[in-house]
Design a protein around this ligand. Structure first.
Ligand code: GLA
Length: 393
């Protein structure tokens, strides 16, 4: 959404738009490296061109006024900037409220209050990080409004870490750092190769040749808070604890190479936890291989690693479900598709497919028709390009 549309929405909600400023934060698609971030591993996401817009203006009475065009029934949410609490009745607005809270807890001066309208052009609860997009658009807007200095590479990295804290301590989802990092720091035309243990990172050109990314939304919505996300994280921690007790010197699962994991995995007492850990370790190895394959232009290998990632999430991590498995299996049948896998946390949401441009229409027709026949409702398609990270517009 453009600056003028955001400003028009602001005017409609708050009467006039004098002195308001506009910001944007994208969603993200993770190419590969799922459930590795909180296991100290690598990820390879890129920012999208779709995302969330915000128009904001300062107030001087210490009050927040928040409105989302995507949740009109909730209306304008109001509360003071101090003493912010998570209120289930505030729905979406808990994310910007959480951002204000963690910024203030971190000593950043968000004191005088503000009013903000947001609107997005991306599906919510579809594994494309609509919540990180909302957090980062709030943070970038407040940095602009209150001169918080969360600018440049390091400022954006701090912003991402604060966004993760919103999820962990305010929303109650023990998520990793990937989403906020990709949303805050993404670059058009590039994938972000991030080591989540050290935050070392570099950008890899997203050269897909004649191919494009097609996102297939299963239209099975979920929120991470309701999903088994936190349970999976606990299972990984239990697996690590068992191996450490037996003598493995690893501070996270992804410290282990697949060979090392083979030596220690018998120490994991629960076979379910063993499978969760196997996914994390092998997925991390796949990210390293996929990054090299992308850099070397070996797209066939890149696609094959994507397929393996999906199977590992399906069979070992059990975070896919029949809708996502159906889409992946349909995609794998198509010659024009190099590879396809669930993207994001799973339990619903989107499959990412790398598809030859000439076959894109046929791919969507085939997948759409069969999906409806097998699952009983429609899937939808997005042909979003990679885009830049959170910014003023
Ligand atoms: C969600 C979380 C991320 C990451 C992915 C799975 O998107 O927010 O931190 O764990 O799931 O890879």
């Amino acid at each position: 959404m453009s600056r003028s549309k955001s400003t028009a929405l602001f005017e409609r909600v708050f009467g006039d738009s004098s002195g308001c400023d506009a910001f944007f934060a994208p969603g993200r698609v993770n190419l590969i490296g799922e459930h590795t971030d909180y296991n100290g591993g690598h990820v390879l996401p890129c920012a999208l061109t779709m995302g969330t817009c915000a128009a904001v203006r300062r107030r001087d009475d210490g009050q927040l006024r928040l409105y989302s065009a995507d949740f009109p029934d909730i209306g304008v949410v109001s509360c003071p900037v101090s003493g912010i609490l998570n209120d289930p009745a505030h729905g979406w607005a808990n994310y910007p409220k959480g951002v204000v809270k963690v910024l203030r807890d971190d000593g950043l001066p968000v004191d005088s209050g503000f009013e903000m309208v947001v609107s997005g052009d991306m599906p919510v609860g579809a594994g494309l990080s609509s919540s990180a997009s909302l957090e980062m658009v709030t943070a970038v807007a407040l940095s602009g409004l209150f001169s918080l200095g969360l600018e440049g590479d390091e400022g954006r990295a701090r912003m991402a870490a604060l966004g993760q804290r919103v999820e962990n301590s305010f929303i109650g989802v023990n998520s990793g750092i990937m989403d906020q990092f990709a949303v805050a720091l993404g670059r058009a035309g590039s994938a972000l190769f991030l080591d989540c243990a050290t935050l070392e990172r570099r950008f890899i050109p997203l050269n897909l040749g004649e191919h494009e990314i097609i996102l297939v939304n299963s239209n099975k919505r979920r929120t991470l808070a309701e999903s088994n996300y936190n349970l999976r994280r606990d299972e990984c921690e239990r697996a690590l604890a068992d191996m450490r007790r037996a003598g493995a010197s690893a501070s996270s699962l992804c410290d282990l190479t697949p060979e090392e994991f083979g030596r220690w995995s018998d120490a994991i007492s629960d076979p379910v936890c063993r499978r969760r850990a196997r996914h994390a370790v092998l997925e991390n190895a796949r990210v390293l291989d996929a990054a090299s394959a992308l850099e070397a232009g070996r797209l066939d290998l890149f696609g094959k690693l994507l397929n393996e990632s999906h199977l590992s999430l399906q069979l070992d991590y059990e975070s896919t479900g029949r809708e996502l498995d159906c889409i992946a299996e349909l995609a794998w049948q198509r010659e024009e598709c190099l590879g396809a896998r669930v993207t994001g946390a799973g339990f619903g949401g989107c499959v990412l497919a790398i598809v030859h441009r000439d076959g894109a229409e046929g791919f969507m027709r085939f997948t759409g028709e069969r999906y409806r026949r097998y699952i009983g409702h429609d899937c939808s398609f997005f042909r979003s390009e990679s885009g830049d990270g959170a910014r003023r517009v």
